[in-house]
Structures are given as C-alpha cells and as structure tokens.
Write a protein that binds this ligand. Structure first.
Ligand code: ADP
Ligand code: MG
Length: 643
C-alpha cells in the first residue's frame, strides 16, 4: 500500500501539468475564467481539480466540480482520483451520472459529473451556489450540454464573483472559447509528444472491420513487444462483433509462435467492473488490443499504446426535417489527428489509417460539427424555458442553432403538451423537466396516469421506459432470433415493448435472480441496472404524486384489465410521447409519417421476426430510435392498426 501511494505520487509529479501547478493556480486566483489547453494525457482532468482542492477552494464547505461529456470518463476518472487522494470513492471524491449518484452531500468536496447532469443542477440551484470552482472539461467536444452550460455560466459569473471557471480543451477551439468569455486568458501546458508515423491505405476500404482485423494481425505478427494496439470503432455492437471475430481467429492460431493477444473493449456504457481492465498493465509476453469508441480519442488515456488503427469513422446524432437519427460519418481531420497522437505518448508510434491520403486532404472536414447544430433541441429548449430564459434567439451560444431548429423544438414541445399555444411552459412541461429522462419519455409516463384513454398502466409503463433507458442490450451478445423464439415463444409475435415488459416482470417474480437471467440468455448486470433506473423513476413518480392518482385510477377501472387492453393503453401512452416516431405502411414499405423517409425494421427487433412469419403486415409502427447504416433502420418497435 505504501509503495502504491509512493508510485502514485511519483506518477503525479511526472505529468506535464505538475510543473505548471503554481502558475495555473496563480492565474486562477487572478482571473475568474481561465482556459487551459494541453495535450491529452498531460494531467488536466485528474490533476487540475486536485490542485484547486489543495489550494483551499473547498475549505469553506464548497465543492469543486469537473464535467465530462461521457459517463464512463466521469466514473473512471473519479475512481482514479479517489485513489490518488487516498480516499474512498463516493466520500470526499465522488461522481454523479444519470441514475447513479455516488456522492455524499456533506462530505464530497470533489465531484466528477457528466455535463448533462450539471446542466440539470441549474433547475434546483440557478446560481450553482454549492460550487467554488467549476471545470468544464473536454470543451472542444462541443456537446450540446457543454455548449448550453457555457452559455448559462457566462450569465451567472457576474453575480458570483467568488466562482472560478476553468475550461479545458484539446488544442482546437481555444481562441473561440476565449472570445466567448470576454477574451479571458489561455494557459498553454506544453505537452510532450513523440513522432507518429502515419500510414494510409492505397485504395478505399470496402469493409473497414475486416481491414482493421488484418491490420491488427499484421502488427501483432511483425512488431516487437511491448507495444499495445488501440483500434477506433463506432459503437458497442461493432466492438462486440470485432471482439468475437478476433477471439475466433485467435483460437485457431498456432499459439506457440506468437505472443498472446489480449482483447479489451471500452465504450460509453461499459459496466464499471470491466472499465478498470483497460488500465491494468499488460502482462509480460502479451500484447493488448483495445477496441474503443472515440472515448479514447481525448477523454481517456491508456498507457502503453504504440499502434493506432483508425478506420476514420464516428457515430453521430443527426437531425433534419423533424427526424432524428444516428449515423456513421467520416471523422474530421482534427479527430483523426488526435487519434493518431495516442500512439506517441510514451515513445515513437505508428498509426494505420484505413482510408486514403487523398481522402484525408480532400474529403474530411476540418473540425467536427458541434452537436448543437445537428441534434434535436427539445430537451434543452424546455430546460431553458423552465429557467425563465424565454428569449432563445439571444441566449449566448458559441454557435447559434438555426431558427428552424428552435421553432421545430417549440413545435415538438407543443405537440407533447409541454408548452401551451403561447409558447409558455405548462404544468405538464414542468413535470417533464423534472424527470431524469427525455421529455418524450416523461410524457409517456405522465399519460399512463393522467390521460383518460390510457390510464391505469403506470407500473407497466415505468418498466418499459426503464428498459428503454438502458442502451446496452439486455440479451447476451450474438443471440439470434431463432434462439430468442425458442426462449420467449409467442412473445416473439408481439413487440419489443411487450417483450421487455414480460422479461422484467418475470425476472421480478423470480426474485431478480441471476440463474433466471442465465436461463433466458439475459445479461444479469444490465438487468440490475434497469432495476436501479426503475427504482429512481418510481421515486420521481412518487414525488409527483403519480402513485396516488394511479391508485385512484385503478379503483375506478375496477376489474383486472386483460393483457390486450393493457397493451392498447401502452401503445397510446407511447404515441402521446413520440407522435413523430411513427412509420406507416405504404406501397414501398414503411415510411415515416412526418417526413418522406423509407425505413426498415432492424433484424434485432421482435417486429422483424414477426414480419417474416406473418402474411399481413401492421399498418403503423412506433419506434424508439432510427439508425442509418446500410439502411434507415428502426429499433425498439411496437405496432398498431389505427390511431
Ligand atoms: P488529460 O486530462 O490531460 O488528458 P488525464 O488527467 O486524464 O490527462 O491523465 C493523466 C494520467 O493519468 C494519464 O497518464 C492516464 O493514463 C492516467 N490515468 C487516468 N485515469 C486512470 C485510471 N483510471 N487508471 C490509471 N491511470 C489513469
Ligand atoms: Mg482529460
């Protein structure tokens, strides 16, 4: 233990920011706002908040907070910093992410949180009075929540002269932030970086997954140890499928000839227990290959990486014409340069780009497009309105969304009853704002209590909504629809929503047992997270007096409702929250009712399975998400015949 503390202390001192500790602290004393720019891995996220604590910013019972765009970064960095400070995670140092608050109000002095969660804190405390210093980290990522946070903070700094704001960013964008914050100073932490050899493919790659696998094995079989590999992929599913393929190949490989290859995944929703794996030192005679989303681009630094394999793609939210979807797009030049840099932290490295040099210079955008320009603004518009900010056009923002984006958000919020015809927030809108989920889902829950035509199904709705909040698949990886049919029988003829409901209720009836999950090929850890989400949503329902009203509804409804009635009500609740996520059957297949857009049911959906079996297709499909890959795929679907 003593040795561990000693080595942690030495590591801290070896980080580039350490040499500038006093200068940075002096700057922060002098200036209310400071921008800190530094190479990834220089110690900004782990060290700067500790410097502030050491410099007395938390002496008067106030707290230092640091935001992260991603949950996994917030949790893993909090745990690292707790180690460094030799305290228990959740006490002096904690984290707060949606559905998982690991802080102790009267103890926690340093808190890591997602930018979205800090944004929500404005609802309860518009001056953020419990904080003495706020660090907005990874600001260059320009997530929607970060942009709105910066706008709101700009407003409160005048009244809170004691509050310090630190904005930290990778190299791009720093002057833009400085201009936005009244020309505040920029502190540059000179980084060290070793040269990275960049290799391009000569031809565009048709299948970048296969190309990446080939490249991994080329590196593994020709390059000396030590030297770990970092591969950038677009999401959990891609990572899991590549992991499976790699393990398959490895099992056939002649092990005696090559060192072991250790495959470790990292993505936003990776369960906490598995996160620490990527930071464990690679064993001797072994090479680690990390399969990561762009979380490893700047948020997390993994030591020991010498080779980067970069297909050059990223999954992004996109929104146009009232339809929002996930799309895989080429990265910007700034991003792929950042990725390449990950190979040169400890010594010279190599980066293998799975695209052409021509494409780099001619096809890639210079910098990524800020999220605020390509996403649905419903939730933030509702939040700003509820904070009393009515003049959205003049709210200070680094990049202004288009007027049409704002008016579409207002229109959507009106359609789900969050705003009245004068654009003022309604009582329902206020309730939606309070719920820790998208306003659309809050509306679904609200309807299950207060809408005449669909009340009486609150517990069922809260269950389904909880299942839909969990973005990890509840099924074990690779489970196909034949196996699912064997396990779930006639439920595979219903809908995703009804299957989720059945699964949760059965699991509950079986005492939330692990065995039961194993029998039904479900991920117990994921289900346990669903349980926690459900408990929290239930708490909000109680707080809003939904439970009382629900009990009254049940007394009025008298009899036990048959499953078909419950299902009809569930559908109505979801339509009330997602009136535009509906596809209608036409001659060409299914088309979104809001926009002339053909969509296909994703093979993972129960509805896909059902369409294969049944002759007559259903007239309408309500879906929870739309993803563009080879086609416009809709997922998490429920069908109905009229509305
Ligand atoms: P920056 O924010 O400037 O990119 P960080 O503060 O995140 O830099 O990282 C500083 C160092 O701390 C890096 O060497 C990184 O590997 C190490 N580090 C961060 N998180 C962990 C962790 N959970 N376990 C072990 N080392 C970590
Ligand atoms: Mg960082």
């Amino acid at each position: 233990q003593i040795n561990k503390m000693k080595s942690i202390k030495e590591t801290r001192k070896s980080l580039p920011v350490y040499q500038y500790r006093q200068e940075i602290l002096d700057s922060i004393r002098q200036h209310q706002i400071l921008i800190v720019v530094g190479e990834t891995g220089s110690g900004k996220t782990t060290q700067l908040p500790q410097f502030l604590v050491e410099d007395g910013y938390t002496n008067d019972g106030k707290c230092v907070v640091c935001t992260q765009p991603r949950r996994v970064a917030a949790t893993s960095i909090a745990s690292r910093v707790a180690d460094e400070m030799d305290v228990i995670l959740g006490k002096e140092v904690g984290y707060n992410i949606r559905f998982d608050d690991r802080t102790t109000p009267d103890k926690t002095i340093l808190k890591y949180t997602t930018d979205g969660m800090l944004l929500r804190e404005f609802l309860n405390d518009p001056q953020l009075s419990s904080y003495s210093a706020i660090m907005i980290d990874e600001a260059h990522e320009r997530t929607l929540s970060t942009d709105i946070l910066l706008g709101l903070l700009r407003g409160i700094l005048q009244d809170r002269k004691d509050l310090r704001l630190i904005i930290s960013s990778a190299t791009m964008n720093a002057t833009k932030f400085s201009k936005f914050f009244f020309d505040c100073p920029i502190f540059n932490v000179p980084g060290r970086r070793f040269p990275v050899d960049i290799h391009y493919t000569l031809q565009p790659e048709g299948n970048y997954i296969n190309a990446a696998i080939t490249t991994i094995f080329q590196i593994h079989t020709t390059q000396k140890l030590p030297g770990d590999i970092l591969v950038f992929l677009t999401g959990q599913e891609e990572i899991e499928s590549m992991q499976t393929k790699l393990l398959e190949i490895l099992s056939k490989l002649d092990n005696t000839k090559f060192p072991d290859l250790l495959v470790v995944p990292i993505y936003a929703n990776l369960p906490q227990e598995q996160q620490s794996k990527i930071f464990e030192p690679t064993p001797k005679n072994c090479r680690k290959v990390v399969l990561a989303t762009n979380i490893a681009e700047t948020s997390l630094t993994i030591d020991g990486i010498k080779f980067v394999v970069d297909p050059g793609f990223v999954k992004e939210q996109s929104y146009s014409g009232g339809v929002s979807k996930l799309v895989t797009v080429p990265c910007s030049r700034a991003s792929v340069d950042q990725r390449a840099g990950r190979a040169g932290r400890l010594g010279p490295g190599k980066c293998f780009r799975l695209f052409t040099k021509w494409s780099y210079y001619n096809e890639l955008e210079k910098v990524p497009k800020p999220e605020i320009l390509r996403t649905k603004l419903n939730q933030v518009v509702l939040l700003l309105l509820s904070l009393g900010i009515n003049d959205l056009l003049h709210f200070p923002m680094l990049d202004k969304p288009k007027t049409i984006q704002l008016s579409e958000a207002l229109e959507n919020l009106y359609a789900i009853g969050a705003l009245n015809s004068r654009g003022a927030i309604t009582k329902v809108g206020q309730v939606m704002c309070d719920f820790p989920c998208d306003p659309e889902y809050a509306k679904v829950i609200y309807s299950s209590v207060f809408e005449e035509s669909c009340n009486g199904v609150l517990p069922e709705i809260v269950t389904i909504v909880s299942m839909l909040q969990e973005s990890n698949s509840i099924f074990v990886p690779g489970l196909n629809s034949e196996e699912k049919t064997k396990l779930f029988g006639s439920l595979m003829q219903s809908s995703d929503h009804m299957l989720y409901l059945w699964i949760y209720e059965q699991w509950e009836e079986n005492g939330y047992s692990r065995r039961w999950c194993q029998d039904f090929k479900l991920q117990h850890k994921t289900m346990k997270r669903v349980l926690r989400i459900r408990q929290q949503l239930w708490k909000y329902c109680r707080k809003q007096d939904f439970l009382l009203k629900h009990d009254q509804n049940l007394t009025q409804l008298k009899e036990n409702m048959p499953r078909s009635v419950i299902e009809a009500k569930i559908i109505k609740c979801f339509i009330s929250g997602f009136p535009t996520n509906i596809a209608k059957l036409s001659k060409q297949g299914y088309t979104n009712i809001k926009q002339d857009l053909s969509v296909s049911v994703h093979p993972s959906s129960v509805i896909f399975n059902r369409m294969k079996q049944e002759g007559k297709p259903m007239k309408y499909i309500l879906y929870q998400s739309l993803m563009l890959t080879s086609k416009e795929f809709i997922r998490d679907c429920i069908t109905f015949d009229k509305y």
